[in-house]
Every structure is written in structure tokens, then in C-alpha cells.
Unconditional design. Structure first.
Length: 406
């Protein structure tokens, strides 16, 4: 009786600990970074991709950026000319699938972007809309500028900021600053951009902050390629999933072709850590139109479904024949516990001790039953066997609950 009583105590404690993990898996995110896990469903690529074609006489379209405003989706993107230069065009859509070309919104009008204007990022602040974009001058240096409008549905209404460029590549960043992504948190604006080149092997993401969207102070590099990357990352798109959870999606240069990865997240906009614990690509080229790579993601939360992301991205069918497609994916954010990683490890250890106790108890129960087989009735033996089965099921279920969440 003592063995069975101890075994039951071990089983009850195991259930209690497993219940703790099960309950806290539904507690809202609380900024304990090591406990966060973002689950994604299957990528649903639109069957009629690509959705944005190349304007007549031009070479390709790429670098999409999407926002939703007043019942309409707007997409800005690079339009590449056959001579190697580029400008920024825009399309709109009511359903994220069928897009109507609105026209050119940013050309090559100033010395700092006279050779190329591209990689736009759409940003809304109040009733005003902004485009941050990269410009390339005749000497090959990339910088970032901004334009604004209060009527986004009018392609010719954009006004460039007189102080452009707002961020110029310097030698500390190998003279490159491009691929902007902007967020506002409180009264501060955060501009993430790519730096790297001129002999620096690993492109990474740097950060600058501003009180007004125009005057920026460099913070430094915040996202660097991990050991799994060969050449670096580009086209970082920062998305706010919750009030204090930010995810970086970017182009991964880790393969023979480009792929999109969601690999870093932050709770404070400054410190970024891995979120994709299996280090698998978020999206790779799977079709004829993007067979040579999928890259430059633009992600927004579906305005009609808070548990779904909408994605626009560029695909290359080969030879830099870029076009733009769209997709959707379901997601949810799952905190693993409300305690820190060290405490969670300790609880795991305690749980494992009790799990071992259950196994020991089952073995002891079985051994005792065999020894007293001749002294027990058939009904007593069946009860002992049933007890062993129950303890085994409880132990396996408890382990399953915990390790399905870590």
C-alpha cells in the first residue's frame, strides 16, 4: 500500500506541474523573451501569382511594400528599367489579389538618387502617408530619403522632403544605407535599414531613431547574420505582432537561391534574438515565376483576421526577371511560461524527477504483484495492472504536454 500511495503522490504532483505549463501556455505575452514561440500555419500562396506585372517597356518589378487604409490596400514597389535604373510605382487593390497600376510616385529627380530610386517602404502616421526609399547616386552610394502625401490614392501627390537624404551611408557602415523599414512606438520613430558592402561579407540590419521622422540618430547594428547564413540578410521588414512583440522578416542569402526567413524578434526594438528555433526558411521559391528565389517580404496583419498575416514578395523566374506575388499565413503567439528560462529549467528538472518516480513506482508495483501473485485474487491482480497502466498514461501525457510547448 505504501508503494502505491507514494506512486499516486508522484502522479498527482506530475499532473500539477504539467497543469502549470498547460495553464501558462495561454497567459498573454509578458516580455520574457526566452519563453516566446510563434507558430505559423501553412503558407497559402495565391494561385494566380504573380499579381503585379511589369509595366510596358520596363524590365521588372520588385521590392513591394504594402499598407491598408480606408478599405484599400496600397502597394509601392521598384520598377526596373531596361537600362538598369529604377523608379517607384504604386498599385491599389480591394482584395489583396487584383491590383490596379496607379502610376509613378517617385522618380530620379535629385543628385542623391539620380541613378536609382527603389525599395520603398510605406508608412502611415495619422492622416499623412510616407514613403521611405533608397536612392543611388552616380558614384554608386546608397542613401535613404522620404516623401509624403495626405492623398495616397493620387500617385502624383507625393512631395519629397527638402532635406533628403535623411540617412546617408557612411564608412562605418561601408557607405551603404538602404532597404528602410519604419515603426512608431510611443513618440519615437524607429528606422531599420540594411548596411554592408564594399568588402564587408555579412550584410546586417542597423537602427536609427528620430523624434520627427526626418532627423535621425544612428543606434548601430541590431541584427547580424547568424552562423547559418553565408552572405548576410537584406530587405528587413519589421512587424509589430503585439504591443511588446516585434518580428523581423528578411531575405536570407543562405542558399543557392534567395528565401524569406522570419528569424529574429524583440521586445524592446533594440535587442533581437532568434525566434525560428528550427532555422527553417519561411518561404522559398516553389513555382515557375519565383523558381530562382523568393525575397523582399512585406508583411501586414490581415485587417479582417487578426490571426492571419498577408505577405507580398518578389519572385525571380531567372535572369532577374522579377515580378510580385502575394500569400497569406495563419499565426499565433505562444508564451511557454510566465517564469524566466532558469526557473522553467528548474521546474522541468523537478518534473523529470517525479516522472522517474512514477516509473520506479510502476516497476515496484509490478514486482510486488508478481511476488504476491499466489496470494492475490484475479480481481486484485486486475486492479494492480490497471494502476500501472494509469500511471504510465499520466506520465507520458504529462511529458507530452510540456515538450509540445518547448
Amino acid at each position: 500500500m505504501k508503494v502505491r500511495r507514494n506512486t499516486r503522490i508522484g502522479a498527482c504532483l506530475s499532473i500539477a506541474i504539467a497543469g502549470l505549463f498547460l495553464i501558462t501556455s495561454f497567459v498573454p505575452f509578458n516580455a520574457v523573451a526566452d519563453n516566446i514561440y510563434i507558430r505559423y500555419g501553412s503558407i497559402n500562396e495565391y494561385a494566380s501569382n504573380p499579381v503585379v506585372g511589369v509595366p510596358a517597356g520596363e524590365a521588372s518589378v520588385k521590392d513591394p511594400s504594402v499598407i491598408y487604409s480606408s478599405g484599400m490596400y496600397y502597394m509601392a514597389y521598384s520598377v526596373c528599367r531596361t537600362n538598369g535604373s529604377a523608379y517607384i510605382g504604386m498599385s491599389n487593390s480591394t482584395d489583396f489579389h487584383s491590383w490596379t497600376y496607379m502610376g509613378m510616385v517617385i522618380g530620379n529627380n535629385y543628385s542623391w538618387d539620380s541613378n536609382n530610386s527603389g525599395a520603398p517602404f510605406l508608412f502611415q502616421d495619422g492622416s499623412t502617408y510616407y514613403i521611405y526609399w533608397q536612392g543611388k547616386n552616380t558614384t554608386g552610394n546608397w542613401s535613404i530619403g522620404v516623401a509624403s502625401t495626405s492623398t495616397i490614392n493620387n500617385a502624383s501627390s507625393w512631395t519629397q522632403y527638402a532635406g533628403n537624404p535623411i540617412l546617408v551611408g557612411n564608412w562605418g557602415e561601408t557607405y551603404y544605407a538602404y532597404d528602410a523599414s519604419v515603426l512608431k512606438v510611443g513618440s519615437t520613430y524607429y528606422l531599420y535599414y540594411i548596411c554592408g558592402g564594399y568588402g564587408v561579407p555579412a550584410r546586417g540590419t542597423s537602427l536609427a531613431t528620430s523624434p520627427d521622422k526626418f532627423n535621425w540618430t544612428r543606434y548601430g547594428r541590431v541584427i547580424s547574420p547568424s552562423s547559418s547564413y553565408v552572405s548576410g540578410i537584406e530587405a528587413t521588414n519589421i512587424l509589430q505582432l503585439q504591443s511588446n512583440l516585434y518580428v523581423a522578416y528578411f531575405t536570407d542569402w543562405n542558399a543557392s537561391m534567395l528565401q524569406i526567413t522570419g528569424d529574429s524578434y524583440s521586445t524592446d526594438m533594440l535587442t533581437w534574438t532568434d525566434v525560428n528555433k528550427y532555422n527553417t526558411p519561411f518561404l522559398t521559391g516553389l513555382h515557375a515565376w519565383d523558381a530562382n528565389g523568393a525575397s523582399s517580404p512585406s508583411m501586414i496583419i490581415d485587417p479582417t483576421n487578426a490571426g492571419q498575416l498577408l505577405l507580398a514578395y518578389q519572385g525571380d523566374s531567372g535572369g532577374d526577371a522579377w515580378t510580385i506575388g502575394v500569400a497569406s499565413v495563419n499565426f499565433d503567439v505562444r508564451p511557454l511560461a510566465f517564469i524566466d528560462a532558469q526557473s522553467r529549467a528548474l521546474v522541468n528538472l523537478v518534473f523529470m524527477i517525479f516522472a522517474v518516480g512514477i516509473v520506479v513506482g510502476v516497476v515496484a508495483e509490478g514486482t510486488s504483484s508478481l511476488r504476491k501473485m499466489q496470494m492475490r485474487t484475479a480481481e486484485q491482480m486486475m486492479k494492480s495492472l490497471l494502476n500501472m497502466v494509469i500511471y504510465i498514461v499520466i506520465g507520458m501525457a504529462s511529458l507530452g504536454i510540456i515538450y509540445s510547448m518547448v
